[in-house]
Design a protein around this ligand. Structure first.
Ligand code: MN
Length: 277
């Protein structure tokens, strides 16, 4: 299987407060390195006052900063970067009485130029892969209801209305240490990745999300997903990142420009070789 052409990734991200919550405690960002590696991050903060928004923003910013500063990035780097972000959020919370107990979920996708990709998550924000029109979950929630489903004591269709549906079992920043879950993801041209907070995946059914993500450009998909959650009441903050892994050469202007440049350099090289020989 050919490596996905990372330069042809087409990424869109958006966050919305929804229709009920007074503020948006979700954060998201997408990052790209000069070597072509990409990092996509969604975080859903919790904690009174400014705590939730601070925890999610800090986690996204710390991951972006570490991503830019790293010599090289890998699954081990991703694991360590989340542990570092946890220490930072926890330390900030310990120093400021207004932020005590703040925490956040995180879900991130890291893709490196050789085609390898990983998902990391803590809590109940999710990653999905859309392939051939089918939305497949790439993460299992670290939550009370997900654990009850795994143990067979709750049916999946009961999860959305269960009184403990908002209780998560792991979070970034609440404790001094955290255990991120990291899984490798195989990607092909044509696949799409969705990262989202529970304001989307806890509100809009997966098959509906899949249809919306498949139906338009990443920008259109993100907007449609947020609109769908708001139409169902928008009970929570809504965040979505959609990345389309496009066939090599079919993507962005930058990869086309690079292709033209490579062709020019090759032609010049051949010309110089002909002159000298
Ligand atoms: Mn949420």
């Amino acid at each position: 299987m050919a490596s996905p052409d990372l330069a042809a990734w087409h990424v869109a991200a958006s966050t919305d407060p929804g229709r009920v919550r007074p503020q948006n405690e979700d954060s998201c960002a997408t990052f790209e390195r000069a070597d072509g590696a990409r990092l996509l991050v969604v975080a859903d903060g919790m904690g009174g006052h400014r705590g939730g928004a601070t925890a999610s923003r800090l986690t996204v910013d710390e991951l972006g900063r570490a991503f830019a500063a790293a010599d090289a990035v890998s699954d081990r780097w991703l694991d360590e970067a989340i542990r570092d972000a946890n220490r930072e959020v926890h330390a900030v919370a310990e120093r400021d009485p207004n932020l005590v107990g703040m925490g956040t979920t995180v879900v991130a996708v890291l893709a490196v130029p050789d085609g390898e990709a990983w998902v990391a998550h803590v809590g109940d924000s999710r990653a999905y892969r859309l392939r051939d029109g089918v939305l497949e979950p790439l993460t299992e929630d670290h939550s009370v209801v997900a654990e009850m489903i795994r143990r067979g004591v709750l049916r999946p269709e009961e999860a959305a209305t269960h009184p403990r549906r908002n209780e998560i079992l792991r979070s970034v920043g609440v404790d001094a240490t955290v255990e991120p879950e990291i899984t490798a993801v195989e990607l092909r041209p044509g696949d799409r990745i969705l990262l989202c907070s529970d304001g989307l995946c806890g509100v809009v059914p997966d098959d509906e999300i899949g249809a919306l993500i498949a139906a338009s450009s990443p920008e259109g998909a993100v907007a449609a997903a947020i609109e769908a959650a708001n139409e169902l009441g928008g009970p929570d903050n809504i965040t979505a990142i959609v990345a389309a892994v496009e066939p090599p050469g079919a993507g962005s202007g930058s990869s086309t420009a690079l292709g033209v440049l490579v062709a020019l350099v090759a032609a010049l090289g051949w010309f110089a070789f002909e002159l000298w020989s």
